[in-house]
Design a protein around this ligand. Structure first.
Ligand code: DAH
Length: 338
């Protein structure tokens, strides 16, 4: 019996040594260790082994089984390694990796990030309001009369329930004053919507940045200083800023702000960039009525507000000639900013 086991072991190790693929490996395993395998058959013979030899034979049996099992495992591992090596032989692992195409920020995001960071340094906090607004927040509270052209169906997108797509971010002034008490120093970037014909300088969905500062004794000098500083930080210290008297229902006095642009090869020209003014006391009165307290009593506080087009800031900053480029998602255009 001991000799028989030794023969089985030798045969098995020889057979395993000759295996060249995975199916050979399995066949050999079955041939020796399977239900009808040679070692299995031999171990059935234990029954007939005389008692005094059982221990030795049992030991031998175990030794042979262990030898065969580990030889099979080793062979399996070397087959796997050989297969991997073959698969990798056609690959040069030392080649540098292919660069992943990386995205970039949209020019609007770049300008907005810059504008927001300047204003935050000056103490303005970010505020938000809904794009679907009530007429009261968008117009009435901002002192805009019923017959103002901006309220016309042909200028504003109305919903059947009477709500509308906000035509400017000025509604966030009201949203903020409803829930916060002075001093208030906020900026509100966001989308606004108008029923405009789309062309190189008009989109029906565009982006604005609103600002509001309410405190005791806020003056026109504060407004001027703030906006001049802002535009010089954004476009360079030599930027010329002009305040031109204008009319807005929610500010009195009101101004339009122009920047002087020096495009290379062209005569310098003034371009309108923002609206602003000293908050009309009528706005504070509306807010006071709504709130039911004296936080915005116009006799104790004053404020300034401004609103500008972010799309227009991007046009100036990057010399973009047509607003539509900003929404067409043409990668050839966008890649320039990445
Ligand atoms: N809401 C105005 C617009 O969309 C811009 C504006 C003008 C905002 C004057 C203001 C302001 O806050 O004081 O044209």
């Amino acid at each position: 019996m001991l000799e028989e086991l030794e023969v089985i072991k030798t045969d098995a190790l020889t057979a395993i040594g000759a295996i060249s693929d995975e199916s050979g490996l399995e066949e050999t395993r079955i041939g020796f260790l399977g239900k009808k395998g040679r070692l299995t058959a031999a171990s059935a013979g234990m029954r007939d082994v005389p008692k005094e030899l059982k221990k030795d034979v049992g030991q031998k049996l175990n030794e042979v089984r262990t030898a065969i099992t580990s030889a099979l495992e080793e062979k399996g591992a070397s087959l796997t390694a050989a297969r991997d090596a073959a698969a990798f032989s056609s690959i040069d692992a030392t080649l540098p990796a292919r660069p992943l195409p990386s995205g970039g920020l949209h020019p609007l995001s770049l300008v907005l990030d810059e504008a927001v960071s300047i204003l935050r340094r000056m103490g303005f906090a970010l505020a938000e309001g809904p794009e679907i607004e009530t007429e009261w927040h968008c117009f009435d509270a901002l002192n805009t009369p019923e017959d103002h052209p901006a309220r016309n169906e042909s200028d504003t997108f109305y919903f059947e329930n009477g709500k509308l797509l906000r035509t400017h971010t000025s509604s966030v002034q009201i949203r903020t004053m409803e829930k916060e008490v002075p001093p208030v120093r906020i900026i509100a970037p966001g989308s606004a919507f108008r029923r405009d014909e789309i062309d190189a300088t008009h989109l029906s969905a565009f982006n604005q940045l609103e600002g509001l500062y309410v405190d005791e004794k806020v003056t026109l000098a504060d407004l001027k200083g703030t906006l001049e500083y802002f535009f010089r930080e954004l476009f360079g210290s030599k930027t010329e800023v002009r305040f031109r008297p204008h009319f807005f229902p929610f500010t009195e006095p009101s101004f339009e702000v122009d920047l002087k642009l020096h495009a290379t090869g062209k005569a310098a020209k003034w371009i309108e960039i923002a609206g602003c003014g000293i908050v009309d006391p009528a706005v504070f009165t509306e807010v006071t009525t709504k709130r039911g307290d004296a936080a915005y009593d116009p006799s104790g506080i004053s404020g300034f507000a401004f609103g500008m087009g972010i799309d227009r800031l991007a046009m100036i900053m990057y010399g973009i000639p047509d607003l539509r480029l900003l929404i067409e998602n043409d990668v050839r255009f966008l890649r320039q900013f990445a």
